[in-house]
Design a protein around this ligand. Structure first.
Ligand SMILES: Cc1cc2nc3c(=O)[nH]c(=O)nc-3n(C[C@H](O)[C@H](O)[C@H](O)COP(=O)(O)OP(=O)(O)OC[C@H]3O[C@@H](n4cnc5c(N)ncnc54)[C@H](O)[C@@H]3O)c2cc1C
Length: 381
């Protein structure tokens, strides 16, 4: 049991807070930074349960992606073309904001392209995607101002050494970041902007009162603030069960350094259920959630033999066939997903707002969603 707070601790650290942001992922930190940018006099506090952020932002694959052709075709089967391109625009804008705010060098941004891989049995899908290269390039030019972004890349297949891959499409504007460096830079910027950050505090309950909102903690005491922004993504329902956010676990491995590795860029395999990229001479590989959707619909971290074996097979049989490659380490992260491929950015009452449900695109849209959350909070102060 944590001891009760001293009078000094209670009055100095956890009272008179203008805005408390719950969660220090990309969304929470960006929101806190933006609050101070817009209103430097505000006392902004970020509350994080982990020693480091403990969700998705320090555990993802670092794809700076805004949509592969098959993903956009899939999206288009569920919503209007306008909505699909609007989401692409938001992802592109979000990446631009992230890069502007932190700088490409600090986040390790490299535009090495993103490739979609197709197997022989996916020939019909490949052909459908290939048929959309030209029309999608015309649409995309309006959105991001670049020409001929999508390209057929079958000629590159032999050089990749991939086994069983018969179709390759390139998104030449897709980039990649160093996830760890990006989050460290964001954390550093938050400190520089005068955001107060407290780790190791889990909020267990929110209690809105007429003149303030109380954030009850696992330790047994409460913080008092004027406004609160919940940025807990895949864990949102623990605090707010009414929100339509489902947790979804993703398992990831990274190999030991691979001498002479030539592969560069981000790669999407099997309709995006698997993804891999190069990182400092290694391969990072993740996905496979579709193999066991029920078991993976969890906000508990962990790895399972079923998915680990599938990732290992993919690594040895398709990505680097015939190469001796060892896994350095495994981890998992928790996504927040829902019936719609859009975040929830909403004011729940006079004192409480939420910015959650980033899906698999939080690197891309997290900056915008954080900023919009901050602006929503300010509209209520
Ligand atoms: C394995 C994996 C790979 C991914 N790859 C990509 C990719 O390549 N490109 C891309 O765009 N996106 C990717 N994503 C998605 C992206 O990482 C997320 O969308 C994004 O990080 C979400 O950011 P967030 O700030 O909303 O949430 P999070 O980063 O999950 O942050 C939420 C924070 O809230 C904290 N928290 C939760 N509950 C409480 C509480 N009660 N009290 C205090 N703190 C609390 C958590 O500890 C956590 O730190 C990937 C995700 C995973 C898991």
């Amino acid at each position: 049991m944590y001891p009760s707070l001293s009078y000094w601790e209670r009055e100095t650290f956890f009272r008179n807070i203008d805005v408390a942001v719950i969660g220090s992922g990309i969304v929470g930190l960006t929101a806190a930074i933006h609050l101070r940018e817009l209103s430097p006099g505000l006392r902004v506090v970020v509350i994080e349960r982990g020693t480091l952020p403990l969700g998705a932002s320090t555990r993802n694959a670092g794809f700076a992606c805004f949509g592969s052709i098959s993903e956009l075709l899939d999206d288009r089967s569920q919503r209007s073309g306008e909505e699909v391109w609007a989401l692409v625009a938001r992802r592109w804008q979000g990446l631009k904001r992230l890069r502007e705010r932190l700088g490409d060098a600090a986040i390790g941004y490299e535009e090495n392209g993103g490739y979609e891989l197709f197997r022989a049995e996916e020939q019909a899908t490949f052909q459908r995607c290939a048929d959309h290269v030209e029309p999608f390039n015309r649409e995309l030019e309006h959105v991001i101002g670049r020409k001929a972004v999508y390209k057929l890349a079958n000629a590159q297949i032999p050089a990749t050494g991939f086994q069983g891959v018969t179709g390759l499409l390139l998104n030449s504007a897709e980039g990649q970041i160093h996830t760890g460096r990006m989050m460290h830079a964001l954390w550093q910027l938050a400190r520089d902007k005068g955001v107060e950050m407290y780790n190791g505090i889990e909020i267990t309950q929110l209690e809105t009162q007429s003149d303030e909102i109380l954030l009850h903690t696992e330790q047994g005491w409460a913080l008092r603030c004027s406004q609160a922004l919940v940025a807990t993504n895949g864990f949102a329902r623990r605090l707010l069960p009414e929100l339509d956010v489902q947790p979804a676990r993703n398992q990831v491995l990274i190999t030991q350094p691979i001498p002479g590795l030539k592969l560069k860029g981000c790669f999407h395999y099997d309709r995006g259920y698997y993804y891999f990229r190069d990182v400092e001479g290694r391969i990072l590989l993740g996905g496979g959630r579709n193999l066991d959707p029920q078991e993976e619909a969890t906000d508990q971290f962990g790895t399972t033999p079923l998915i680990q074996e599938a990732l290992i097979r993919l690594l040895h049989e398709v990505i680097l066939p015939g190469r001796e490659v060892e896994v350095d380490t495994w981890w998992s992260g928790i996504l927040g997903i829902g019936p719609e491929k859009a975040p929830i950015i909403k004011r729940l009452n006079d004192r409480l707002s939420v910015s959650v449900r980033m899906g698999g695109m939080g690197v891309a849209i997290g900056s915008l969603v954080g900023e919009e959350g901050a602006e929503m909070v300010l509209s209520g102060t």
